[in-house]
Design a protein. Structure first.
Length: 610
């Protein structure tokens, strides 16, 4: 089958059907999906989790069998470099081993699980080159250095001898991209490669992939649920829903004139930067296909609930023969802010800036060195362990990765009920009814109560985590990147759910995120963090519409916009590398001092290194 240009596509998927065997009989993961990917073209496949995006890519790599699936029908025609076209669906695993990595590269979604923790980065990068390309050790190392420079990893020589756990998430993802590109594959499959990354690193990686595609003519199959990324990267878009392809077309057409109701709903669920300008308070989104009450802004109150003053958390770095303290990681440095009852304060910034540590310090999951934390008049820092346990009734946390925060061996109903058992609240029948009510609240069917976490999609697991956080009627919920790994439509529903709960129950949120469009949608106040300090703090409208600190301005510039006509150029992105937060043991940083540029809008004047 020839494409419009008259050349053979690199990958031609025809009528693919994939089935998974379960206790209840076979489940169809993908049904009758067909599309092509041409040389030098980026085809974005979008859809929710469970729509069959990743199953399609794993079938092309023939990795789907290792996850319990089987290709039950269809052809996967692949145009090999120096050989005839082959149907990957019929190819034996020995030949697949040669093709994988060598002719088809894959960037997985989760860089921590895609890298082997026991081998150095250099060893993992050179392995494919030596296996597929027969290079000597020295040649492979030289190529590895070249790749590390290509993906813009600072100090590549040092990184090659480090292990994956010594690198940040963004760095690890770059290593995974370098590994996928090592053998110059004809087809690159990128499965959600930027989902867990910061805006700034995401912008750089997208620009990098686009540049490499243009330079090498590689065909790219890009799987994502982020419509802003699609607008930035795609030439053509394939929309999937429940295992079927529902729409396909050029990127501008899909965005400006979507035909299928699902595509329209998907685009409606994307929070766009700038949508909230002119609105004083956050409000839930209008979602298609859902009966929504009149959308009301959420003003909250002006009564403080959480007051944090001078919060400082440092982690010791020990070294030498006697494991003495040689340095400190200054994770959170002199942080002060207030959250009012029924309002949301968002902390934004790149990974490593101390947002999560700040959240954990407030709950005293990590013990701060100094500072004052007052929750509803209670001094959290002064509490004994026993009193702290009681105080935790009022504050709960929703973690970033719901799979890691849920117990794989417990049924979901028991996990949601567990906080109530721990505190002896809502016993027996009353407890069961409350669990049912919580499942209804987070819009999960009651039949899910008997399921286990692995039987749910990411978005459903995150709803269970929210239900569990609500079990004790807390006053404050700290949401640490609670929606960053969710699909657009699920993310919109979870955000609306959080905002509706806030309006009804007067909940306060400390919302930790790197997604600026989401932050703009949910926040009353915003604090921008950089290297452990808040560099800018103020009402959401002022911080977004009048950013004063150079770091805030750079962050705003990097946000991809869900409009293919407003793509970012690589030259627009000029980020400085982040300095190290590790300082010698005797180092005493200056306190944070602020200028009030407008009423309630503060900008850091102390030198923050940006």
């Amino acid at each position: 089958m020839l494409d419009e240009t008259g050349s053979t596509p690199i990958a031609d998927i025809r009528g693919l059907r994939v089935e998974f065997q379960t206790k209840d009989g076979p489940v169809v993961g993908v049904e009758d999906v067909s599309f092509t990917v041409n040389a030098g073209e980026t085809v974005c496949i979008v859809g929710e989790s469970g729509s069959g995006k990743s199953v399609s890519s794993l079938s092309l790599m023939r990795l789907v069998e290792f996850g319990g699936g089987e290709i039950a029908g269809g052809q996967l025609i692949f145009d090999r470099k120096d050989a005839d076209n082959i149907d990957l669906a019929q190819t034996d695993q020995d030949l697949m081993r040669t093709i994988r990595g060598n002719e088809i590269g894959m960037i997985f979604q989760e860089p921590m699980t895609a890298l082997n923790p026991v081998f150095t980065v250099g060893r993992q990068l050179t392995e494919g080159l030596r296996l597929h390309r027969g290079m000597s050790k020295a040649q492979a190392e030289e190529r590895a250095l070249e790749l590390m420079n290509q993906v813009r990893i600072p100090e590549p020589e040092r990184r090659l001898v480090q292990y994956p756990h010594e690198l940040s998430g963004g760095m690890r993802q770059r290593v995974v991209i370098a590994m996928a590109l090592a053998c110059k594959p004809r087809l690159l499959i990128a499965d959600e490669p930027t989902t867990a990354l910061d805006v700034t690193i995401q912008a750089e990686i997208l620009a990098l992939m686009d540049r490499l595609k243009r330079e090498t003519g590689t065909a790219v199959m890009f799987i994502t649920h982020d419509m802003a990324v699609v607008a930035q990267m795609a030439d053509r878009v394939v929309v999937m829903f429940r295992g079927k392809k529902v729409e396909e077309g050029p990127v501008a057409e899909i965005f400006e004139n979507p035909q299928h109701p699902y595509t329209k709903a998907l685009l409606a669920a994307v929070p766009k930067l700038g949508e909230m300008s002119g609105k004083a308070y956050p409000e839930p989104m209008k979602l298609m296909g859902r009966d929504q009450k009149a959308i009301m802004p959420i003003p909250g109150t002006e009564e403080p609930l959480l007051v944090v003053k001078g919060l400082t958390t440092r982690f010791p770095v020990k070294g030498g023969f006697f494991r003495r303290l040689v340095a400190n990681v200054h994770a959170v440095e002199d942080l002060s802010f207030t959250i009012n009852k029924g309002q949301t304060l968002s902390l934004v910034g790149e990974s490593g800036c101390g947002k999560s540590t700040a959240g954990r310090s407030i709950l005293r999951l990590v013990d701060p060195q100094e500072g004052q934390i007052m929750l509803d008049g209670k001094d959290i820092m002064a509490l004994s362990d026993r009193d702290l346990r009681t105080a935790r009734l009022d504050m709960q946390m929703i973690f970033q990765d719901p799979f890691a925060s849920l117990n794989p061996q417990m049924q979901l109903a028991d996990q949601v009920a567990e906080p109530m058992h721990n505190y002896g609240m809502f016993k027996g029948e009353e407890g069961r009814k409350r669990v049912e009510m919580l499942f209804d609240r987070v819009e999960l069917p009651r039949s899910f109560m008997r399921r286990f976490p692995h039987e749910l999609s990411g978005g459903q697991r995150q709803r269970v985590a929210i239900a569990r956080a609500l079990a004790l009627n807390p006053k404050l919920i700290i949401a640490d990147e609670a929606v960053s790994a969710l699909d657009v439509s699920v993310q919109a529903q979870v955000l609306n759910l959080m905002m509706e709960l806030q309006a009804e129950m007067g909940l306060s949120f400390l919302f930790i995120s790197h997604d600026m469009a989401v932050v703009e949608r949910v926040s009353h106040h915003v604090g921008v963090m950089y290297l452990g300090r808040i560099v800018e703090l103020g009402p959401r409208a002022r911080v977004f519409e009048n950013p004063q600190h150079p770091y805030t301005q750079a962050l705003m510039k990097a946000v991809p916009i869900a409009d293919p006509r407003r793509r970012k150029e690589e030259k627009d992105l000029n980020f400085k590398p982040i300095p190290s937060p590790i300082h010698p043991a005797g180092y005493d940083p200056a306190p944070s001092e602020y200028d009030e540029v407008e009423p309630g809008h503060f900008v850091l004047t102390t030198d923050s290194g940006y």
